[in-house]
Every structure is written in C-alpha cells, then in structure tokens.
Design a protein around this ligand. Structure first.
Ligand code: NAP
Length: 207
C-alpha cells in the first residue's frame, strides 16, 4: 500500500491528569505546524519517574480518551500502555515510524521542563533524526531549557522548536493538590474528566 505523506504530532506526557492546558497547547501546535493529526500518548512509565508516584496507566489513558474525543484531529494511543518497562520516546517513535511509513514527519510535543535532561534521553541522536521536537514553554526564558537545547549542534538544534504558550500556567500537580484539598477543578479539566476523577476517587489521598 502506498503510504501518504503526513505530518503527525505525538503529544507525550504523563497526563496525571490531562487538563485544558494540554488540550489548548495540542490544538495550537496542530495549527501552527500544519499537522494532519495529534496522537496523545500517555506515558506508561515515564523514564524519569517512580511507578509508585503516578496514577495507574489505565486511569490516565481513560481520562485522555475522554478529554480528546470531541476533536476530530485528536487521537489517543495505548502504545506505551502495552509496552512493558520504561517508556522511552525513541521506542515509541520507532513504532509509529513502522506504522505510518518513511514519508511521515513526526513532531514530538512536550513540556519544557520535561526536556531539561533531553541530552541524556535514550538514543537522543537517533531520536532527533526521526522526529522533530516542539517544546511547549511558558513565555519567558528558562536557563535550564536553553542549556538543554544549546547542547545540540546546528542541524539537530533546528529540529527543536520552542513554542510559547500561556495555557501551561495550569499544571497536573496543581490539580492533584486541589482535589486533595477538596477544591474545585471545574473548567480546569473537561467535565467528563472531572466526573471521572470524583467517581474513581483519584488524587483524594495523593502525596
Ligand atoms: P513532566 O516532567 O511530568 O512534565 C514537565 C513539565 O512539562 C510539566 O510542567 C508538565 O505539565 C509539562 N508537560 C508534560 N507533557 C506535556 C505536554 N505534552 N504538553 C504540554 N506540557 C507538558 O514530563 P513527563 O510527562 O514525565 O514527560 C514528558 C514526555 O517525555 C513523556 O512522553 C515521557 O515519556 C517523555 N520522556 C522521555 C524520556 C526518554 O525517552 N528518555 C525521558 C523523560 C521524558 P503537567 O504536569 O501539567 O503535565
């Protein structure tokens, strides 16, 4: 089968929980980079985190599906839910390359704090060859992010795009704290996600 030339955003994150900051960022990046679709990939086990400190992937996956279903350009993949061990981004992008073919261009979208240790990510040179990065950052400079990006030379650096977004004032950490304290999270997460969190009793006893 002849595979089409596509531009696909891969929205990688822990999404514990997903919130409107993630959704607005993904939609804004989709339009700015002329992407055909954005695939949300909840991290099974983020390589930088202890499994005990995060909510089960099943809950995070379900909330991500609920949050994205109304946007026809948004999709959710269970690729990292199904793969055991740490969720290395290189393994994920390679799986997508095999699925979509060589003509597809991939853009890995993630938060700025997540890339401060990008130079140490597994097979980072290969990763920057097979996909570009869109680093969603609050306006203003972050020395740690600049340092991580400047680690790479000209050609590789050109494949890392900073994307200023105000919506990331919202954070998953803040939402977990609010639930724990019994504060409202209305309008910070989609209604379906709010209802799911309350029904399942998520974050009520979070650390
Ligand atoms: P994180 O440290 O939890 O997040 C850092 C910051 O970025 C937080 O402020 C977070 O906000 C924000 N953020 C995370 N994902 C975002 C997204 N897609 N769009 C906008 N903001 C986002 O990061 P993480 O979730 O563990 O890791 C992010 C991605 O990088 C995951 O897919 C992970 O697997 C991958 N990663 C790969 C490697 C590797 O391959 N070696 C190493 C580290 C991370 P919220 O808390 O509000 O989300």
């Amino acid at each position: 089968m002849d595979q089409q030339q596509q531009r696909i955003g891969i929205m990688g994150g822990t999404f514990d929980p997903i919130h409107i900051g993630h959704l607005v960022t993904a939609e804004t990046v989709r339009l700015a980079f002329n992407l055909d679709k954005v695939i949300f990939v909840p991290a099974g086990l983020p390589p930088n985190k202890q499994s005990a400190s995060i909510t089960s992937i099943r809950h995070r996956y379900i909330m991500t599906v609920m949050a994205t279903y109304s946007n026809p350009y948004f999709f959710v993949s269970s690729i990292e839910m199904d793969r055991p061990g740490p969720s290395y981004t290189i393994d994920t992008i390679r799986e997508f390359c095999a699925l979509y073919g060589r003509k597809t261009e991939f853009f890995f979208i993630t938060g700025s704090d997540a890339v401060t240790d990008l130079p140490t990510w597994k097979e980072v040179d290969s990763l920057l060859t097979i996909c570009q990065f869109v680093v969603a950052a609050r306006p203003g400079c972050s020395i740690a992010v600049d340092k991580a990006i400047n680690y790479f030379d000209g050609m590789q650096r050109q494949r890392i795009h900073r994307f200023a977004t105000k919506e990331l004032e919202i954070s998953s950490t803040d939402i977990r704290e609010r639930v724990k304290k019994g504060f409202s999270i209305k309008y910070i997460v989609p209604e379906s996600v709010e209802n799911y969190i309350l029904k399942e009793g998520l974050y009520a006893n979070s650390k």
